[in-house]
Design a protein around this ligand. Structure first.
Ligand SMILES: [Cu+2]
Length: 108
């Protein structure tokens, strides 16, 4: 009977209001939910940094309801180096994530 309260707690955490940043702060743990790996998800935000060597961009992204993510600033690996040149720091951008990586990025 210990199982049920735990399950109830897990379900409570799954509600959008509470799960907003669940698992979201640890970026390494940003291995996105299965849904994100299977299909692409679009987001918008502001490009904060470009890490050419690391092949990553830091985006202050708006909430992404499809992933249950609240707004936050975080780094993303890019799928192709060319994406690093798609926009400049400070630009408002639209991007597409697949498998936790940015597969499309453009100025908006
Ligand atoms: Cu994030």
């Amino acid at each position: 009977m210990k199982f049920l309260p735990v399950l109830a707690a897990a379900l409570a955490l799954a509600t959008p209001a509470v799960a907003q940043h669940g698992g979201h702060e640890g970026h390494g743990a940003h291995a996105a939910p299965a849904a994100a790996a299977a299909q692409s998800v679009r987001g918008t935000g502001v490009l904060k940094a470009i890490d050419a060597r690391g092949g990553a961009v830091t985006i202050a992204h708006d909430p992404i309801p499809a992933l249950n993510w609240g707004a936050m600033t975080m780094p993303f690996k890019v799928a192709h180096p060319a994406l690093l040149k798609a926009a400049a720091v400070g630009d408002k951008v639209a991007f597409e994530l697949k498998g936790g990586r940015v597969v499309a990025l453009k100025k908006r």
